[in-house]
Design a protein around this ligand. Structure first.
Ligand code: HSE
Length: 307
């Protein structure tokens, strides 16, 4: 086997209240990653598609860094060329960096017959995330790998589980962050009262997903005291967009992952209306945005036959 090609979905990390712990895989958009053996004994990263500003050096690219960690552990005898075909816009909070990293490790696992389990793949891929936000976090990579709603049961060692999701229509206003990461601005402490509230938000979401109730899922992702207050400050007109989207009948609205994209959950027959509101209000804030109407997906990273 000389090459493996995989498809890796976008993810909404945190998925409302679950900072670094929850994520949801999406049907669209997705990236394609090809890993191919080379005789140079080196890791080379190449990017095609939406590649604006993404570094290709091994240490600065999430797939490259994840591949380097895989090589340190498994010490394979050949090098690899990693080709990332990006359909996922980067720096928009849609798990682009995590998708590249986890798709790469998934491909390497097959290519070298390494027999890594899903938690080991997530662990290595999460180290690749350091190249993007400076911190190893597992929510995006776990959601992308497994599909569905994923929660990180434990960080040391990584233990991630997937819960199958019902039909969850999602509208996304895709907004690129002006800055590489806003993560460092999130306070390192919250009060006991806030912690209690946040735990209840997370519990509501898990319960809603298990019950398969779209309205409850939407209402549960609508609340967050950790990421949203910080990330939303960098999104022009965010409060107005959220207010209008909810008034129009969306069940919930929040910041996707590290921002600055905004997602809303609504009934299928409401998606066009919500998309219109997001498009108009989003552009009034002076930021370039485009709208994606998609849905949750129970499929994570999969091997495919060709590019
Ligand atoms: N959990 C991560 C964060 C997701 O909030 O920073 C963004 O990559």
């Amino acid at each position: 086997m000389k090459e493996v090609i995989v498809k890796a979905p976008a993810t909404i990390a945190n998925f409302g209240p679950g900072f670094d712990v929850f994520s949801l895989a999406l049907e669209e958009p997705y990236d394609i990653v090809k890993v191919r053996l080379n005789d140079k004994n080196s890791i080379n990263v190449k990017i095609a598609g939406m590649d604006e500003g993404i570094p290709t050096s091994v240490e600065n690219n999430t797939a490259g860094l994840a591949a380097a960690r895989f090589f340190e552990e498994k010490n394979p005898s050949k090098g690899v060329d990693v080709e990332i075909r990006k359909k996922l816009i980067s720096c928009a909070g849609l798990g682009s960096s995590g998708a590249s990293a986890v798709a790469c490790v998934y491909g390497l696992n097959i290519l070298f017959g390494a027999n890594l389990g899903h938690n080991e793949i997530i662990e290595i891929a999460s180290l690749g995330e350091i190249a993007s936000g400076g911190v190893a976090h597992a929510d995006n990579v776990a959601g992308c790998l497994l599909g569905g709603f994923v929660l990180i049961k434990n960080y040391h060692p990584i233990d991630a589980v997937k819960i199958e999701v019902p039909n969850v229509p999602i509208v996304i206003c895709v907004i690129k962050k002006a800055q590489r990461t806003t993560r460092k601005l999130i306070p390192s402490h919250i009060s006991l009262t806030e912690a209690r509230q946040q735990i209840s938000y997370c519990s509501s979401l898990i319960y809603a997903i298990l019950a398969g109730n779209l309205k409850d899922i939407g209402e549960a992702v609508n609340r967050d005291q950790i990421s949203e207050p910080v990330r939303s400050r960098f999104i022009p007109g965010y409060d107005d967009i959220k207010k209008k989207v909810l008034k129009a009948g969306a069940y919930g609205c929040n910041v996707s992952g590290g921002g600055s994209s905004i997602f809303a959950i609504c009934e299928e027959d409401k998606t066009d209306e919500i998309a219109e509101i997001m498009k108009n209000l989003g552009s009034q804030g002076g930021v370039e945005n485009n709208i994606i109407i998609t849905k949750a997906s129970n499929t994570g990273v999969v091997e495919i036959n060709g590019l």
